[in-house]
Write a protein that binds this ligand. Structure first.
Ligand SMILES: [Fe+2]
Length: 343
């Protein structure tokens, strides 16, 4: 430690000057004859060690010790007492003092206690510096992890989008279906006044909702005629397959129940679990309506596209059975023709 600085605080001139004389050859010594002056010094400069008299008229040594520790926690403090009272000493030590000197003190015990204090101060400064360095390393690691996490998320979503495009390519009738469902879903979510966080989740789930179709054989997806019971059983597996695909991904975990339940019906006659009403996650109920709207507006191999009026009629008819009545009502407020894309 270069030129350690010591502040001596004592209202009596004798001990104050004695300490200065003992220490001045090796250290930079500043003296104060009262507590207030000591606090003023501490406000403007840093000391490695403070030697405090316990009995002073303005602020007593114990109070001053607390102030010093509050202003500069790493500054070591040695108390001076005129009497060898165990109570005084333990009180001071309990309040953070390093040690105490009993008046009249001799030169060697003063030097010894000062050296001990300065050595502890050096150690605590080194520890603090090391902690600061570690904090910097820690902060930069945190940033790196966050960047890596965001990258993984971005790449995963890109992969998912490619998978969605692959499903569209497998099933020509659904071309663009998932994107349009996502669009209708967002319009419904907005109309329903969902929060920004709910909208994010809703969008994620809407893009992903049919991801499980990747596990359905192409000849079933592309079949131009009515599906057999067995084929329909296979198709009905796609919400389960979709949920399985995304469930290992931590940041998609909230989308799992939505993907799983997007074919449930409000009256409990849907699949895969046949749950009903509000048991079905809200986002899944919204996607179910958006999905049906897009399916009805699309040209299918075995059914012509419905007109907007026919779609609205279906929404009214199936409100409370297939659809959540509140969401069907919201969908009826949407200006469907202006929303049509690529039909
Ligand atoms: Fe689906």
């Amino acid at each position: 430690m270069e030129n350690p600085r010591i502040l001596v605080v004592d209202d009596e001139l004798g001990p104050r000057e004695a300490l200065r004389m003992i220490l001045r050859d090796e250290y930079e010594v500043v003296t104060a004859d009262n507590g207030k002056q000591a606090l003023d010094y501490l406000d403007v400069s840093e000391f490695d060690l403070v030697i405090l008299d316990i009995r002073m008229p303005d602020i007593n040594g114990i109070e001053l010790l607390a102030e010093v520790k509050k202003k500069a926690p790493e500054t070591e403090v040695v108390m001076i007492t005129a009497y060898a009272s165990v109570d005084t000493a333990t009180n001071a030590l309990r309040n953070g003092a390093l040690d105490y000197l009993i008046k009249p003190f001799d030169c060697s015990s003063v030097k010894e206690v000062v050296e001990k204090g300065l050595s502890r101060r050096t150690t605590s400064t080194a520890i603090r510096n090391r902690l600061n360095e570690l904090q910097v390393v820690n902060d930069s690691l945190k940033e790196e992890i966050e960047r890596a996490y965001n990258n993984i998320q971005k790449h995963y979503l890109e992969t998912v989008r490619s998978l969605v495009a692959a499903i569209d390519a497998k099933d020509s009738y659904t071309k663009g279906h998932q994107e349009r469902v996502a669009m209708f879903t967002m319009i419904l979510g907005e109309e329903m006044g969902l929060s920004a966080m709910e909208m994010d989740l809703l969008q994620q789930a809407a893009i992903l909702h049919d991801i499980g179709k990747i596990g359905v054989p192409e000849h079933i997806l592309r079949k131009p005629s009515t599906l057999t019971f067995e084929e329909f059983k296979v198709i009905k597996q796609h919400p389960v397959i979709g949920a399985e695909i995304i469930s290992p991904v931590e940041f998609l975990k909230e989308a799992v129940p939505i993907v799983l339940h997007h074919h449930e019906k409000f009256d409990g006659t849907g699949y895969p679990e046949g749950i009903k009403g509000l048991q079905i996650p809200c986002s899944a109920r919204i996607i179910a309506v958006a999905d049906a709207i897009d399916a009805m507006l699309s040209q299918r191999p075995y059914a012509p596209a419905k007109t907007v009026e026919q779609v609205r009629e279906q929404l009214r008819l199936c409100s409370g059975t297939q659809f959540d009545p509140k969401i069907a009502e919201t969908a009826l407020k949407i200006d469907l023709p202006s929303r049509r894309l690529n039909y």
